[in-house]
Design a protein around this ligand. Structure first.
Ligand code: NZQ
Ligand code: ZN
Length: 385
């Protein structure tokens, strides 16, 4: 096992009816800005529950944070934070709203050009406004981590940043808020969480038994509960398990002391920035390609995954690996997400565009061995056609 430090200050408040707990979590004389997206939380009553809990507070609203939150929109929010003297932010929504709120919280107090938060991947952040979240979409883990992904539309650049200053102070996870999610977002969430686990698990054996077994438990839960969540949209137990699985998939725990990959995500971000695909659609396309292209360096873990997740064993190791990759693809397809570039109208010409963008964004040494060059990324994408 590798050396590690694990720090996670976010308080999780989990369960039915827990939005009411907001009241005790924000100091009474605070000026709060509620941030949200395109209106789902207005329509499903979550925003009303939040406002009810915050009756008597000085509460303002900032709406319109879009999926794949844009720098352009968020900078309008930063203006509001500064001009209105906001003390506390409350993100109500999915990963995009939470990520956008993290950026706003950091940018409001950032000395210098806020775009540098992205170009330096968060390294220059010295402080941020405090914020909490009310999560409505299990997927990203943003509710309990210090990462965020922001898109600058004018540059077609989708870049991640991270900083210990942007952990949420608290996150409220009420599984009932997810009942109104369309199937597409449930599927996206299951696949995003699945690939988060894979990025931290399917590398090389690091002798980290707890991390491996936790990861395998999360994968098995997603395989079991993902399809059931589509069949029974208002089953509390299923939604509760999905919500906690997605949080656990990217809150630092399973990634401590192990090598991490993230190639699938970095290639996926370019596909979203160039072609507008949903985050999880890009992952469903790219992961099988990464596993095929990297079957040798990942071989031992790929066989462990085949055996423990899919019950696949046999003398012909190459065949077992192929079958495990195929099972993974089938699972994504069973969740209703297509797994080929061609399914989204992207052909071979798209590959060189993605490779150019990876180069432009400094994504030249990806993977757990830092040896995936843009050329190898191109080969991965060839396998995704
Ligand atoms: O905008 P509204 O109207 O709220 O609608 C949203 C949006 O259209 C809707 N929605 C959310 N909760 C709902 C609901 N609709 C009905 N009922 C509800 N309860 O769902 C749509 C998608 O929302 P979004 O927040 O974009 O989805 P998700 O949570 O999947 O977030 C994706 C973003 O997170 C980033 C992705 O790159 C992408 O930009 N990621 C963030 C990570 C992190 N911070 O650690 C890690 C991930 O790898 C990921 O990259
Ligand atoms: Zn993701």
């Amino acid at each position: 096992m590798q050396n590690f430090r694990l720090y996670n200050p976010t308080e999780i408040i989990f369960g039915r009816g827990e939005i009411a707990a907001l009241r005790g979590k924000i100091p009474p004389s605070t000026r709060v800005l509620i941030t949200y997206g395109g209106g789902s939380v207005r329509r499903n009553g979550v925003l009303d529950q939040v406002k009810e809990a915050l009756k008597g507070y000085d509460v303002r609203e900032f709406a319109g944070i879009e999926p794949n939150p844009s720098y352009e929109t968020l900078m309008e929010g930063v203006e509001r934070l500064r001009s209105e003297g906001i003390d506390f932010l409350l993100a109500v929504g999915g990963g995009s709203v939470i990520d956008g709120t993290k950026f706003m919280a950091a940018a409001a107090l950032f000395e210098g050009e806020p775009w540098d938060i992205l170009t330096k991947r968060g390294a220059g952040i010295q402080k941020a406004l405090p914020f909490g979240t009310v999560l409505t979409l299990p997927a990203t883990g943003s509710e309990m981590n210090s990462g965020s992904v922001i898109t600058r539309k004018s540059l077609q650049a989708k870049l991640p940043f991270a900083s210990p200053h942007v952990f949420p102070v608290f996150s409220i996870l009420d599984p009932e808020t997810t009942y109104t999610l369309p199937d597409r977002q449930i599927s996206n969430g299951v696949i995003d969480a699945f690939v988060h686990v894979m990025e931290q698990y399917l590398t090389w054996p690091a002798g980290a038994k707890v991390q491996d077994r936790f990861s395998e438990g999360l994968l098995q839960t997603l395989i079991e509960e993902g399809p059931r969540a589509l069949e029974a949209p208002d089953d509390y137990g299923i939604r509760a398990n999905l919500m906690w699985t997605a949080t656990m998939a990217l809150n630092g725990l399973i990634g401590a002391g192990v090598p991490q990959d993230w190639t699938t995500h970095m290639i996926g971000h370019e596909l979203t920035a160039l072609y507008g695909l949903d985050h999880a659609q890009t992952l469903a396309i790219v992961l099988p390609g990464v596993l095929q292209e990297r079957r040798e360096p990942k071989g031992e873990k790929l066989l462990q995954y085949a055996k423990r997740i899919w019950g696949l064993e046999g003398a012909d190791k190459e065949a077992v690996m192929d079958a495990a990759i195929e099972k993974t693809r089938e699972f994504f397809e069973r969740m209703g997400v297509k797994t080929r570039l061609s399914d989204y109208g992207i052909g071979a010409e798209g590959i060189s565009r993605v490779v150019e963008q990876l180069q432009a964004h400094g994504m030249k040494k990806l993977g757990e061995h830092r040896d995936i060059t843009p050329e190898i990324s191109g080969r991965i994408l060839d396998r995704c056609l």
